[in-house]
Design a protein around this ligand. Structure first.
Ligand SMILES: [Fe+2]
Ligand SMILES: [Fe+2]
Length: 315
């Protein structure tokens, strides 16, 4: 079969909503796009553990501590499913982690912002996990089988994360004046970075069209962003908190909320490594990797010993 025939067969499969599996033929660019996207997603899960892990010891009650601990643990699990999904495309976990550590691979910029108060745990669960759900639910139907299957479980857990965050916000918003102020302050700091999580505007996102054709992506960045804003404004109203955007207004004609201009300079600045916590996050990940070297060495030595024993018995 010629390359062209293979490509048209591949596209036909996708158009018919069939999944592409690891051993199926795929265009090199499809494979590369997925490796980039899935590894970036995996890195975001494990870097995302850092700003929240920071608050486990300071959670205000045993219940809050147990819930936050479970949530942060879930994120580690998401990282593991996703690294495994990426490995089916012919890249190793070590290679992916090297790319994270040397800065060639990115992770979601939202995790480069600091978590200053307990209310930030609420704002992150509500807004960041909420935005993640908007992005990730369509990925359950991604054309690449292993990624789409991993996302089904991830999304179930994400909705628990979103609720735990919203519940923290609800408690604070109905608490003392100081607590309500703390919740408002967290919303003020996390709103715009959360809106930026959907990525650049459609006209500045050249790879999106191909990704949509391959059904890796189902909705454009701007569509998902609008959907998130429409849903979240209502939730903020229930909390009695104010979204920090003076241009936010219901547009009867469009049937959507209009919103203010996003500061893309800030976005690109954080992507390029100059956000408030980029260096700290990367240093924490590298440290964890170095400190875990003895565990990896021990596991390798153990499996070599076991293989040698097996070989000796069968000899
Ligand atoms: Fe997650
Ligand atoms: Fe989450």
């Amino acid at each position: 079969m010629t390359n062209e025939q293979q490509e048209s067969l591949f596209q036909q499969k996708i158009d018919n909503e069939l999944r592409i599996e690891p051993k199926d033929w795929m265009p090199e660019q499809y494979r590369k796009t997925l490796v980039r996207q899935i590894s970036q997603h995996a890195h975001s899960e494990i870097v995302g553990m850092l700003p929240e892990g920071n608050w486990i010891t300071r959670a205000p009650s045993l219940r809050r501590k147990a819930v936050l601990l479970a949530k942060v643990q879930d994120e580690a699990g998401h990282g593991l499913y996703l690294y495994s999904a990426a490995e089916t495309l012919g890249i190793s976990r070590d290679q992916m982690l090297d790319q994270l550590h040397d800065g060639t691979a990115k992770y979601s910029s939202i995790f480069n912002y600091p978590t200053l108060t307990w209310a930030d745990m609420g704002a992150i669960g509500w807004l960041v996990d909420g935005a993640a759900i908007m992005n990730q639910v369509p990925l359950c139907r991604c054309s690449y089988g292993p990624y789409s299957r991993a996302m089904i479980r991830v999304c179930k857990e994400e909705s628990f994360h979103q609720r735990q965050g919203y519940e923290i916000m609800l408690t604070l918003a109905n608490g003392t004046a100081i607590q309500k102020k703390m919740a408002q302050d967290a919303l003020n700091r996390f709103w715009w970075p959360a809106i930026m999580m959907f990525g650049p505007n459609d006209d500045a996102s050249p790879n999106s069209i191909q990704s949509m054709k391959w059904k890796i992506k189902r909705f454009s960045n701007d569509d998902l962003r609008q959907k998130f804003i429409d849903v979240t404004v209502e939730q903020a109203n229930i909390l009695g908190l104010t979204i920090p955007d003076k241009d936010l207004k219901w547009n009867e004609e469009r049937g959507h909320y209009d919103f203010g201009t996003i500061n893309w300079d800030e976005f690109w600045n954080v992507v390029k490594g100059n956000g408030p916590c980029n260096k700290e996050r990367l240093a924490a990940r590298k440290n964890a990797w170095d400190n875990g070297a003895w565990v990896r060495d021990a596991a390798t030595a153990h499996s070599e010993k076991r293989d040698a024993k097996k070989a000796a018995i069968s000899a």
